[in-house]
Design a protein. Structure first.
Length: 372
């Protein structure tokens, strides 16, 4: 199904009540709720696909998440969506011995607490959740390949203009994007107050500085050897590794967070070789010969990261909605990315929480009836 409304016609201008910028989980969730409430809306995504930082690569051996991969107990919103669409979840594999590399690359084995024990993954990858939400939306209300560049305040609303010269007029605009990306790429007329721009710039984009690798194998051979697939390393290039095999276990995969700074991982060929050498150290020579090695470097994705995001995060940031980012342009501009969620900021649940908060704000401004 094509979810593309062509905004590239010369001098094309559209009108809508609620314009959602960003077709990731937050934007799609909000669009789904507005659609069920019979509210006029339009979703615009800068990429050529929906999902935002959710990115699932499907091969003949299975589907593998190169963005977020996990969710947890105690996250009711994503649990409700999975149940609603009849999707299937499965527990992250963790049984077996853990592996650890010290500063010299020496490998140790042990049994203990697996860091992702108790987490869940979605059968077929998180793309299935994105596709399920997208399928609820009318095709004419979703546009791809349109990057927002300007927001103008008008007498009765806002005018959004895009990199291709197209424009959309709206009563409200919901920015379901990382605030720092908005600060870096979108011009506002009149200009936003300096405290607002500073607040946006100071919100670290979750996951933006990371690079992730997935090595795909014929079987999860490490399980037969008593290994869990979990590994921690102080040597690298991957600092944390987990079993990423599909639910049926017929093929295997190892997923790793790359700890090398973005400035030192631009030579993809050298990085791939270092990853294979590390996998062989940790899991034996068979690990050095995957059927496929997938790498996604989010630090160089212009729709997910700015140069500031290339600085490493050493802890989960304290997220939420800064006061300076509320009631912008007479309440017509609302932020709804996962970084603005108070309780689950940065997580998939946070994206859904942010969409819920945006809906509450729209209801307060427009007396929108809650979705049934």
């Amino acid at each position: 199904m094509s979810l593309i409304c062509d905004l590239q016609a010369k001098d094309f201008e559209m009108q809508t009540d609620v314009l959602i910028i960003g077709g990731g989980l937050s934007g799609l969730s909000l669009a789904d709720q507005l659609n069920r409430a019979d509210v006029d809306f339009h979703v615009v995504e800068a990429r050529d696909r929906l999902g935002g930082r959710i990115l699932t690569k499907t091969t003949v051996k299975g589907s593998y998440d190169l963005g977020p991969a996990w969710f947890w107990h105690g996250q009711p919103r994503i649990a409700a969506l999975i149940d609603r669409f009849g999707l299937k979840r499965f527990e992250q594999h963790y049984k077996g011995a853990l592996s650890f590399e010290d500063e010299a690359g020496r490998v140790e084995r042990g049994r203990g607490f697996a860091s992702m024990q108790g987490s869940w993954r979605l059968e077929g990858g998180l793309q299935n959740l994105v596709q399920a939400l997208a399928a609820t939306l009318p095709e004419a209300r979703v546009s791809l390949d349109a990057a927002l560049v300007e927001l103008f305040e008008e007498d009765t609303g806002l005018k959004a203009t895009f990199a291709d010269g197209s424009a959309i007029h709206a009563k409200q605009v919901v920015l379901a994007l990382p605030p720092r990306v908005v600060a870096e790429t979108v011009r506002f007329y009149p200009a936003l107050p300096e405290p607002t721009h500073l607040a946006m710039s100071n919100v670290a984009t979750w996951m933006a500085g990371q690079a992730k690798a997935v090595a795909i194998y014929e079987t999860p051979f490490w399980r037969a050897e008593g290994l869990s697939g979990d590994a921690m390393s102080r040597f690298g290039p991957m600092v944390e590794i987990h079993d990423a095999s599909p639910a049926d276990g017929r093929s295997g995969a190892l997923f790793g967070f790359i700890g090398v700074p973005p400035s030192a991982r631009q030579d993809l060929g050298a990085l791939r070789q270092q990853i294979l050498i590390q996998l062989a150290r940790l899991f034996g020579p068979e690990a050095a010969e995957p059927a496929q090695l997938l790498i996604k470097d989010w630090a160089f994705d212009p729709f997910a990261a700015t140069p500031e995001d290339q600085k490493p995060l050493f802890a989960h940031p304290g997220y939420g909605m800064p006061d300076a980012m509320t009631d912008l342009m007479d309440g017509r501009v609302i932020f709804a990315g996962t970084e603005t969620a108070q309780h689950f900021g940065g997580y998939l649940e946070g994206a859904l929480e942010a969409a819920e908060n945006a809906l509450d704000r729209l209801q307060a401004l427009n007396a929108i009836e809650p979705a049934g």
